[in-house]
Design a binder for this molecule. Structure first.
Ligand code: CA
Length: 450
């Protein structure tokens, strides 16, 4: 438009200078503007015909073309703006719709997560039911079976009688009966070959402890969560958390918790949403709540040796070994009063106070490790021999122990931790950088075998 004005003003000034120019404007048949200048010729006395100045005609022609162009641009600009507004409105509508769909999907995910958690909890309850036992006022342990279950012989006391028979039968006579090798408590019949799940990639993983919670509580973690502590070092505080066994095997922790008090050795265990461990250079037991990530309780284990007084045969300050099984939380250790023999204490899992203790006749330094299954202590003969045995069993129900011989393999030659998980029915072990698990078979003995 400014070009148009410039040309116009130039021509106007020129016409003023000649003082005889007349400008007129009209439209042609196509609706375009036509500008006409009439100038008296200084040389010709009269105008012959209707001839016009070709330069003026050219200027007028260009002005007309320019005005048409401006008109088209103006019209096009208005249309483009409308198109942009329409496109913007459409994008806004789509964005709002996507937002609604996202919120709906989020609600569905939350509902599915809640359903999954409920199902896991229910499955865990069902799986635990055959192994749950309750203690009567008389101190006798019973299996918690439905009243209609024909296998429930606890009411007439024959169950206790059967357990007494177990202790009298050599290990070679053990045979599984029915489904008792898959569910419920029983004697340890056999241990499978070690299955490798992860190999540590630094010296801090020479020995350590790895676990899954057999009875998880709350929604923070599940029985699939894997917990790992590399136990080499003087200030062991890092607790690695893995979402599941697959992530554990890949070496991708979901988080790392830092324990407020350092841990010693490989005797820690995870049970009902807490990590239980021995505080470094002390007989103090610590319960670390995994949901709140804080110490929930601590308690000294009375008279327990620590920091090298009564370790397992491989050393490593394995004086106090904590274990969980179908009957609760246990401590495996020794005292000067017991003169190095293994002492077993049943602990209150909340307060860590000792409920009851048993003294065995096997020296702690002569065995490589120990674990609890169904209220029974089992010891491993060697931590280095490729083919060793589980060589001793002590039954806290009868208060009696005896030698047994269940084959056990140390595939990698330096087994520093063995712990039983009754939820998975497996032994978890840390064998010379290798984190392995063993299937176990439980069963009942039968006098029919001979
Ligand atoms: Ca152990």
């Amino acid at each position: 438009m400014w070009i148009f004005c410039l040309l116009f003003s130039t021509l106007f000034c020129q016409s003023q200078a000649q003082n005889q120019a007349v400008l007129s404007r009209s439209r042609d048949s196509d609706g375009r503007c036509l500008y006409t200048f009439t100038v008296a010729s200084p040389e010709e006395a009269s105008c012959s015909g209707s001839s016009t100045n070709p330069q003026i005609d050219g200027v007028l022609s260009r002005l007309s073309a320019l005005e048409g162009l401006v008109g088209r641009l103006t019209a096009g600009g208005a249309g483009g703006e409308e198109n942009l507004q329409e496109a913007y409105s459409q994008v806004t509508r789509e964005r709002n719709q996507l937002q609604q769909e996202k919120e709906q999907l989020s609600r569905q995910v939350q509902e599915l997560q809640k359903t999954l958690a409920d199902l896991n909890e229910e499955a865990e309850t069902l799986r635990q039911r055959p192994c749950q036992e309750t203690q009567t006022s008389g101190g006798v342990w019973h299996e918690n079976r439905p009243a209609s279950d024909p296998a429930d012989d606890s009411r007439n006391g024959s169950y206790q009688e059967m357990k007494a028979e177990v202790t009298e039968v050599p290990a070679s006579r053990f045979i599984p009966e029915g489904n008792h090798s898959l569910t419920g408590c029983g004697d340890l019949l056999s241990v499978g070959n070690p299955v490798l799940h992860r190999k540590a990639d630094s010296i801090t993983g020479k020995y350590g402890v790895w676990l899954q919670d057999p009875e998880p509580q709350g929604l923070f973690y599940s029985n699939k969560t894997v917990w790992r502590v590399d136990a080499v070092g003087k200030d062991v505080r890092q607790l690695f958390v893995y979402e599941d066994m697959d992530q554990f095997s890949r070496g991708f922790p979901v988080k790392v918790l830092v324990l407020p008090e350092p841990l010693e050795s490989t005797g820690a265990t995870v049970y009902r949403g807490s990590l239980y461990y021995q505080r470094r250079r002390s007989r103090t037991l610590v319960r670390y709540d995994l949901a709140s990530e804080s110490v929930a309780s601590r308690q000294d284990l009375p008279e327990a040796g620590f920091h090298g007084q009564y370790p397992y045969s491989w050393g490593g300050y394995t004086d106090i070994d904590l274990a969980a099984d179908e009957q609760g939380l246990w401590a495996i250790y020794s005292t000067s009063k017991a003169k190095g023999a293994i002492v077993i204490s049943h602990l209150d899992p909340t307060s860590l106070e000792v409920r009851r203790s048993w003294e065995t006749r096997i020296r702690k330094k002569t065995v490589a490790n120990a674990f609890m299954v169904c209220g029974r202590l089992y010891t491993v003969g060697s931590y280095t021999a490729a083919n060793t045995t589980i060589n001793y069993m002590f039954d806290t129900t009868s208060g009696e122990g005896r030698a047994i011989s269940v084959p056990f393999k140390n595939k990698y030659g330096y087994n520093s931790m063995v712990d039983y998980n009754h939820g998975q029915r497996k032994l978890y072990a840390w064998d010379n950088f290798h984190m392995v698990a063993y299937d176990v078979r439980l069963g009942r003995v039968s006098r029919r075998s001979s």
